[in-house]
Ligand binder design. Structure first.
Ligand SMILES: [Fe+2]
Length: 170
């Protein structure tokens, strides 16, 4: 029978699969984004992924996980969904709104997973693991906030969603 340690190992593998899938997906999202600010933001997030993968590998050494068979059906489904969005022939501003929406769904999944793993680490008093997970979790929450800000706009201008809203097919 599998125990709590096995559960942690399984969840870590899921997290690892999410990050590695995202590493392959982000360049496509950068390429697909039309708004220069969105492209820049996606590039920033793309740059964070290798460090997040490194942290997971470090944790893997700490708890003895081999990521070779890491699998995550949910993330694979989201990758498929994102590729459909990129091929759906949306108007530029609508494509940007759709890509933000897609990445926020992924970020929320990451936030949930990092949160669960952090609480497991805390429970087991694994401080180093908790700290490493905390760094990635913080980045994911910040990414989610930056995406919301860009979608919603500010006092000084409308966001991507309001631009997308104004556009109609010819
Ligand atoms: Fe991530």
């Amino acid at each position: 029978m599998k125990d709590f340690q096995n559960l942690i190992q399984d969840e870590l593998k899921t997290m690892y699969c999410v990050e590695t899938e995202l590493q392959h997906l982000m360049p496509e999202m950068v390429k697909g984004a039309r708004n220069p600010k969105l492209k820049e933001l996606f590039e920033k997030f793309q740059g964070q992924v290798p460090k997040q993968i490194e942290r997971l590998q470090e944790i893997g050494h700490l708890v003895g996980v081999d990521f070779a068979d890491a699998e995550c059906e949910a993330m694979k489904g989201m990758v498929k969904e994102c590729k459909k969005i990129l091929n759906r022939n949306y108007l530029d501003q609508v494509l940007d709104a759709a890509l933000i929406s897609m990445l926020q769904k992924i970020k929320h999944y990451e936030i949930a997973l990092y949160g669960v793993l952090k609480s497991f680490a805390r429970h087991l008093k694994m401080k180093e693991m908790e700290a490493l997970l905390g760094e990635s979790s913080k980045e994911e929450k910040e990414a989610d906030k930056l995406l919301t800000d860009l979608a919603m706009g500010s006092l000084f201008g409308g966001g991507i969603n309001s631009e997308a809203c104004k556009r109609r097919s010819a």
